[in-house]
Design a protein around this ligand. Structure first.
Ligand SMILES: [Zn+2]
Length: 607
């Protein structure tokens, strides 16, 4: 080693040490306050200390992990400004793209970035502020310093007058201050601020807090017992609990629905009066089961594209049918395992999924792997033609989860199931290798656990579009899938229309159906059919319109004359009715099930 090399090594060492040290010295703190909550604003101060650069870029994410759509959160940012250490020196900045502000530091070691965020989109993945409460969806409120996602952050909340509680999965410090070990944790920790009704329960060695936002007819004691059952049941699959605390933030609304998973919390949308009916209550528990299952599947056991996240762009994966679809399979299965569903009710729920998938024309067009990859531009951006061109990776993925489960249980003589694949994948890729899995690695593990080749399963069901042969898989459990419409000739016009402001308007046209072939379009107004005036009126307790009832009394092959208004011009279209291709399914036990088939059924349905 010559002197020059030694010098270079020393310089490099000093540089590395300095860079590391500079990183370690930079501290980021946020202050959230609410000067105008009634106008739906949150005021943000981002305080950077130990800055050692001529300029820094601060950025806002363009999407919220778990919700695969570029939402351009920076559209809600206004009154951006920067001050130096003194608090009076105003620092220059320039916006260099839609979500990046470049700040000239003028050698200030401490700078304060301030901005306001307009928050008026109530959903599990966006922020909402009014004079009653604030829901902070972090990717749309907090900014990060480019290249410094690994830094910890401290968040201090100054609640609006009269707001007494803060609920979040962030690590609590003193008062209303919280710490995130890095920005991935910060961006994965929503915050609810207001006067939410909170209660707690312990399950699987973890303290769970439920924050009920808004009124609702929920029963806290009943929920504590039932939610704990779900937690224990799901934990038993993975036999590992990554959290010591977990927070459910529940938004009770007129019409609820949807949830978003996070590392140690979740946000659920519930119908405020839905807890009172058996159906509504079970739906809520299904949502709990779904989002809680994500604690393992997707938040930790994940496709390689889903972490560490790129907050600037789409993050593409072909495996959402596993991350979302299998989670959707398990949410119902967990309800069955805990007797919230009887075996018969559970099979009915499976049939509903089969009808959603097989009655949708798009299932013949889009493979489920492609549905996953294109979630950003298709599933999250549906239009009037979506059902003709695509399939949900939730519903089809759930059915593929069921099929894989049945195949594994059958191949292992009821010794193993999909649970064993999920646990083995979690142990290998999350706990041991600490990385995401590839599609081939998931397949390899499922083949290892089951001892069978899954080439045909992947080729025909994952990478190809087309119908699923349910019967051969359900037969492993001695179960038969029956189509109630088999052999029945139901006439169909092949369109959906409804009464909008007094006009009977077509909202979708089914691919290859009668209306599709004869050229009836979405947005056409149906005035009359065969000289009969139809309005789209729906009889109480029926889901069909007056036109549906008229068509149901006709026969496939017959012609009807449809009088339309298209963009204000009248036209008549002669349509030949077709046989409705839709199915209505139910599952029956076969009378002569063998001992082996019964063993598969027993394990699958937890009999
Ligand atoms: Zn999900």
């Amino acid at each position: 080693m010559n002197k020059f090399t030694l010098f270079s090594v020393l310089v490099l060492f000093i540089m590395l040490f300095t860079i590391k040290n500079a990183d370690a010295q930079t501290e980021i703190a946020f202050e959230l306050s609410f000067s105008e909550p009634q106008a739906h604003y949150v005021d943000v101060n981002m305080i950077l200390s130990g800055v050692d650069a001529d300029f820094i870029d601060v950025k806002m994410p363009v999407w919220a992990p778990g919700s695969y759509l570029v939402r351009e959160f920076s559209k809600n940012v206004e009154q951006f400004g920067v001050k130096g250490l003194s608090g009076t020196e105003i620092l220059p900045f320039v916006k260099i793209n839609k979500n990046t502000w470049r700040i000239t530091t003028n050698h200030n070691k401490k700078i304060t970035v301030s901005y306001k965020v307009y928050a008026f989109e109530i959903s599990v993945r966006t922020s909402f502020v009014d004079d009653a409460h604030a829901f902070i969806s972090p990717t749309g409120v907090f900014m990060y310093v480019n290249g410094m996602l690994n830094l910890p952050a401290v968040v201090t909340v100054q609640p609006f007058a009269g707001w007494k509680k803060v609920s979040t999965g962030l690590e609590p410090l003193k008062g209303f201050s919280y710490r995130a070990s890095d920005f991935d944790v910060l961006f994965d920790s929503p915050i609810e601020i207001g006067n939410q009704d909170t209660f707690e329960f312990d399950a699987a060695g973890t303290k769970h807090t439920v924050a009920m936002v808004g009124s609702g007819n929920y029963d806290k004691a009943r929920l504590s017992v039932d939610m704990a059952k779900i937690v224990n049941s799901e934990k038993s699959i993975f036999d590992h609990m990554p959290n010591t605390r977990y927070v459910f933030i529940v938004h009770n609304m007129l019409k609820g629905g949807g949830g978003l998973e996070h590392l140690n919390s979740t946000v659920l949308g519930a119908s405020r009066d839905g807890y009172g009916t058996e159906k509504g209550y079970t739906n809520f528990l299904g949502l709990v089961a779904h989002e809680y299952f994500h604690l393992w599947n997707v938040k930790r056991l994940r496709p390689e594209a889903l972490g560490p996240f790129d907050y600037d762009n789409e993050n593409y994966t072909t495996d959402l049918w596993i991350s979302e679809g299998f989670t959707a399979y398990y949410d119902n299965l967990i309800l069955r395992r805990n007797d919230f569903y009887s075996p018969e009710k559970y099979l009915d729920v499976i049939c509903s999924d089969i009808e959603i998938v097989e009655n949708q024309a798009g299932t013949k067009i889009q493979p489920v792997a492609e549905s996953s990859f294109d979630a950003w531009i298709k599933y999250y951006r549906p239009n009037e033609n979506s059902k003709n061109t695509g399939i949900s990776y939730y519903n089809k993925g759930a059915l593929l989860g069921m099929i894989l489960d049945l195949e594994i249980i059958n191949a292992t003589k009821a010794q193993k199931g999909l649970d064993d694949v999920m646990k083995a994948m979690y142990d290998e890729y999350y706990l041991k290798l600490k990385r995401g899995f590839t599609s081939l690695e998931f397949k390899a593990m499922a083949e290892k656990v089951s001892g069978i080749s899954l080439d045909a399963f992947y080729r025909e069901y994952v990478y190809q579009a087309g119908p699923i042969n349910y019967s051969i898989h359900l037969d492993h459990a001695g179960l038969n899938l029956l189509n109630d419409y088999q052999g029945k000739e139901v006439a169909s016009l092949g369109l959906v229309a409804s009464n909008k402001e007094g006009k009977f308007i077509v909202s979708s046209v089914m691919r290859d159906g009668a209306a599709w072939k004869e050229g009836i379009s979405v947005n056409d107004e149906i005035i009359a059919v065969d000289g009969n005036r139809f309005t789209g009126a729906v009889e109480v307790a029926k889901v069909t319109t007056d036109l549906d009832q008229y068509i149901a009394n006709r026969k496939a092959g017959e012609k009807v004359n449809v009088l339309l208004s298209r963009d204000g011009l009248i036209k008549t279209v002669s349509v030949t009715l077709q046989k409705d291709p839709k199915g209505k399914f139910h599952i029956e036990n076969s009378n002569d099930a063998t001992v082996d088939q019964f063993a598969v059924r027993k394990r699958w349905l937890n009999l």
